[in-house]
Design a protein around this ligand. Structure first.
Ligand code: NZQ
Ligand code: ZN
Length: 388
């Protein structure tokens, strides 16, 4: 195992209906002036908006609405103006990953006088400045943003979708699984695939360490998602299903599954190009690419990873070769069973006109030709896109 430091200070408030009694104090500990951020209106439809505003009674509330999926830099710019003009003390982000991601960058942008896109392009700038505390009420199980420092922001003008890290994880995260009962089948599937992909990206440890703690953790969370995603699709208001998916989302990307290993992600940077060019749903894009990527990385050398995945996650038995190849087939089958498109034409990407530019950018952004678990050239990425 590598040496590592693990520190994560997010105050998790997991469970039903806690926000009604706990939100006020969770916010007020940071000040009176709060910016409430949200998306396109799902929280108004579900009644969550009213509950949150009621819980904030007596505080000085400013609002930023309309944060889109694949959040755009325009929302961050709008938020930067609001936090500065109103001298905001704390942000309350109510929504899915997009709302929380944008809010984290707005939290940094209060302390930056230039264009916040600079902060996305160069995360180091964010470590040199302060960041407002972010409290969130998560409404979709997927990204893990509720307990990590990351954000992913899109700039439609430059066709870029880039990850940025800040100094802090959210200060407090309210994780009420019942708030996800209203998540559509499409977003439930996409979120589950996103969780699964965070785990596959981290499972393939470049050094092949016998790190049983984190391997077991990843395998356990994978089994959880595989088991409960279909249940949530069938029974949207099944609390156990939603609770397992929500905690899996948080655990998959809060830093713990990465401890002690060395890895670098491949499928995410490629998917971010798809979203940058075609604004598709992140998790659906990951689901399309993942089986092809598994096929790409499979070799005699990497076979042991597939064998342990197959035995420990998919309960496969038999000789190693059979288990390894069945692991890819099982993954493909599970993804297809979630009833979202499994091909690029299925999400409306019918032409390869942008594949070269996308492949070049993916390789460049994540140094896939140098750091990936199995290194990828632009030709490899292009071929993967073609095959998808
Ligand atoms: O905008 P509203 O009206 O709220 O509707 C949203 C949105 O249309 C809806 N929704 C959310 N909660 C709901 C709900 N609808 C009904 N009931 C609810 N309870 O779902 C739609 C998608 O929301 P979004 O926030 O975009 O989804 P998600 O949580 O999957 O976030 C995706 C974004 O996060 C990034 C992705 O790239 C993408 O931009 N990621 C962030 C990461 C991180 N910060 O660590 C890591 C991930 O790998 C990922 O890249
Ligand atoms: Zn993801």
């Amino acid at each position: 195992m590598e040496n590592f430091t693990f520190k994560n200070t997010t105050d998790i408030r997991f469970g039903k209906d806690r926000l009604d009694t706990e939100l006020q104090a969770a916010i007020a500990q940071f000040g009176q002036k709060v910016l409430v951020t949200y998306g396109g209106g799902s929280i108004k439809k579900s009644g969550l908006y009213e509950r949150a505003i009621k819980a904030l009674a007596g505080l000085d509330v400013t609002e930023l609405s309309g944060i889109e999926p694949n959040p755009k830099i325009a929302s961050v710019r709008e938020g930067q103006k609001l936090v500065k003009d109103n001298d905001i003390d704390v942000i309350l982000a109510v929504g899915g990953g997009s709302v929380i991601d944008a809010s984290k960058v707005i939290a940094s942008a209060k302390f930056y006088d230039g264009d916040p896109w600079d902060l996305v392009l160069d995360s180091k700038k964010r470590f040199a400045i302060d960041q407002l505390p972010v409290v969130d009420i998560l409404t979709l199980a997927a990204t893990g943003t509720e307990m990590n420092t990351g954000s992913v922001i899109s700039n439609p003008e430059t066709k870029q979708k880039l990850g940025t890290g800040g100094p802090n994880t959210p200060a407090v995260s309210f994780l009420d699984p019942s708030l996800t009962f209203s998540v559509s089948k499409w977003q439930t599937a996409a979120g589950s695939i996103d969780i699964f992909s965070h785990l596959t990206e981290q499972y393939f440890d470049q050094k092949g360490y016998e790190n049983d703690v984190r391997n077991g953790l990843i395998e356990g969370i994978m089994r959880t998602v595989i088991k409960w995603a279909p249940v949530a699709l069938r029974e949207p208001d099944n609390y156990d299903a939603r609770a397992n998916l929500m905690w899996a989302s948080t655990m998959a990307l809060n830093g713990l599954p990465r401890t002690g290993n060395v890895n670098s992600w491949s499928v995410h940077p490629i998917e971010h190009e798809l979203s940058a060019y075609y604004d598709i749903t992140h998790g659906v894009g990951l689901g399309i690419l993942t089986p092809h990527w598994l096929g790409f990385i499979y070799s005699e050398e990497t076979k042991p990873y597939f064998v342990s995945l197959g035995r420990n996650v998919w309960d496969l038995t038999g000789d190693d070769d059979t288990v390894a190849t069945q692991t890819i087939a099982k993954t493909r089958e599970w993804l297809a069973s979630l009833d979202v498109p499994t091909t690029l034409p299925g999400v409306g990407i019918e032409t390869d006109q942008d594949f070269d530019a996308m492949a070049k950018s993916a390789v460049q952004v994540n140094h896939l030709d140098q750091n990936a678990f199995v290194k990828m050239t632009t030709t490899d990425v292009r071929n993967l896109l073609e095959a998808s």
